[in-house]
Write a protein that binds this ligand. Structure first.
Ligand code: SAM
Ligand code: SF4
Length: 455
């Protein structure tokens, strides 16, 4: 075999990004070297997302580029599209040799043995597992912030969502292993940890320690050296008050909660089988807002779910006014094969979906402009995550997860690297998506293992 090189492109959520870090670690341990273009690679892997049709189509368009000129490359499809489409992928893209869903990543070394031996249709597609992809072999992408998956899969079965079919049943990792990983990360110089799960707060410690999610969160925030802890994604049904109590009592836990609502209409929430009403959701929001910590709240919204009337949509708009979210992710409903909603007869026309999405996004843009203006003059602590080459500005992120850009001519002139440093910055200006400020004080960056410049 020619030199063992691999190219790995990731689509979709942070869990996919972190799965890719583990896949990269597993391959590196087998003697593979990661490269950053398909031309240089012997093994070309796509870690895919199937949450919406557009995301799913991306991988097929990538694969189509190689149909005629595959050379001696080996192609693999990993993640949600692999699980969702299974062996169908071989029919659509006959040059693919490996199809492996995320619930089977534990088998990756065996599957790779077979691919390397020349087998052309190797699959890992079982969902029947109680295992997590727990590996010490992780090639982390960011030198300061590290992901830890604490719960995999999902048992909620919202009627629009493909995740339970692509990621399998809910399974949590034992708390001792999670805390051990957090301590190792702190010792390696990481200062921020993000706990991940499709429904991260549905975490149930399978070990005798039996930690609740709020207790685990608190314990991770108490690991020496860890300055920031975030967690995503929380399901409103399992969002208990003790999570906010943990944030209130632990300065390392960030002022940020992502709590996807999907719709402001109880009738639609019921159709989506979200298991909460608008009022119950707003009750959770009141608990979060009652915290002395000024916790930023973000959400996900789907517009144009089957049967969504203008009146239902108006209720989503009024929810935005009521909550005044710090940011939202909004999507047009996309039917997914195998989900109950894909069979619903009362689809909302595409044009109407687009109109609703633009109205929603414009409303949120105005909310963000107004809220950001209120921050001018305040002092924030940021973790420096990158630098804009053109403007020479440093890119910082606040505890509330806002981007706050600032200039520091002194550090630029001295060739000083602020990446990974915690700085105090005064907010001097704002836009809908970010803030700008002036540097007040800086702590030296901690020793880390290299960095990337973000554009
Ligand atoms: N587990 C999280 C939760 O319960 O909210 C979200 C996981 S999903 C990867 C991220 C977001 O994608 C969802 O919150 C939802 O807004 C959106 N989404 C999921 N299925 C969708 C679909 N069929 N069409 C459009 N958006 C969808
Ligand atoms: Fe999908 Fe619902 Fe599970 Fe979130 S909770 S991953 S939206 S099924």
């Amino acid at each position: 075999m020619a030199e063992k090189t691999f190219y790995l492109e990731t689509f979709g959520c942070q869990m996919n990004v972190h799965d890719s870090e583990k896949v990269a670690g597993t391959l590196a341990a087998r003697g593979y070297r990661q490269v950053h273009s398909t031309e240089e690679a012997r093994l070309v892997l796509y870690n895919t997302c199937s949450i919406r049709d557009k995301a799913e189509q991306k991988v097929f368009s990538r694969l189509a580029n190689f149909k005629k000129q595959r050379g001696d490359k080996i192609f693999g499809v990993l993640g949600c599209v692999a699980q969702h489409q299974g062996e169908e992928i071989f029919a659509q893209a006959p040059h693919v040799s490996l199809v492996c869903g995320s619930a089977s990543y534990n088998q990756l070394p065996d599957l790779m043995d077979r691919v390397e031996a020349g087998e052309s249709r190797v699959t890992g597609l079982s969902l029947d597992t109680d295992e997590t992809f727990d590996t010490p072999l992780v090639e982390r992408d960011n030198p300061h912030r590290a992901y830890i998956t604490i719960i995999e899969g999902c048992d909620k079965h919202c009627t629009y969502c493909v995740v339970p079919f692509t990621r399998g049943p809910e399974r949590s990792r034992a708390s001792a292993g999670i805390l051990e990983e957090a301590r190792r990360l702190a010792a390696a110089g990481y200062t921020e940890i993000q706990l991940l799960g499709q429904t991260v707060n549905s975490y149930r410690d399978p070990s005798p320690a039996g930690l609740r999610f709020a207790q685990l969160l608190d314990a991770v925030g108490r690991v020496a050296g860890i300055r920031r802890v975030r967690f995503t994604t929380s399901h409103p049904r399992d969002f208990t008050a003790d999570i906010i109590e943990a944030i209130d009592g632990n300065p390392a836990l960030c002022n940020q909660v992502h709590l996807p609502v999907q719709s402001g209409s109880t009738r639609l929430l019921d159709r989506m089988e979200r298991n909460y009403t608008r009022e119950e959701y707003l009750g959770r929001i009141r608990t979060i807002k009652a915290s002395p910590r000024k916790i930023a709240i973000s959400t996900d919204v789907i517009v144009g779910f089957p049967g969504e009337t203008r009146e239902d949509f108006e209720q989503t708009l009024s929810l935005l006014d009521e909550v005044e979210y710090d940011s939202i992710f909004s999507f047009k409903y996309s039917p997914r094969a195998g989900t109950p909603a894909a069979e619903y007869a009362d689809a909302v026309p595409e044009e109407e979906q687009s109109w609703r999405l633009s109205i929603l996004q414009e409303k949120q843009r105005r909310i963000q402009v107004r809220r950001h203006e209120q921050l001018i003059g305040l002092e924030e602590e940021v973790l420096v995550e990158g630098r804009r080459e053109k403007s020479g500005q440093w890119i910082g992120r606040t505890s509330q997860n806002r981007v706050l850009n600032f200039a520091d001519p002194g550090s630029l002139a001295a060739g000083e690297n602020l990446l990974g440093a915690f700085c105090r910055v005064r907010v001097t200006g704002s836009g809908p998506n970010s803030l700008v400020g002036e540097l007040l004080a800086k702590e030296p960056a901690r020793a880390t293992h290299g960095f990337r410049i973000l554009q």
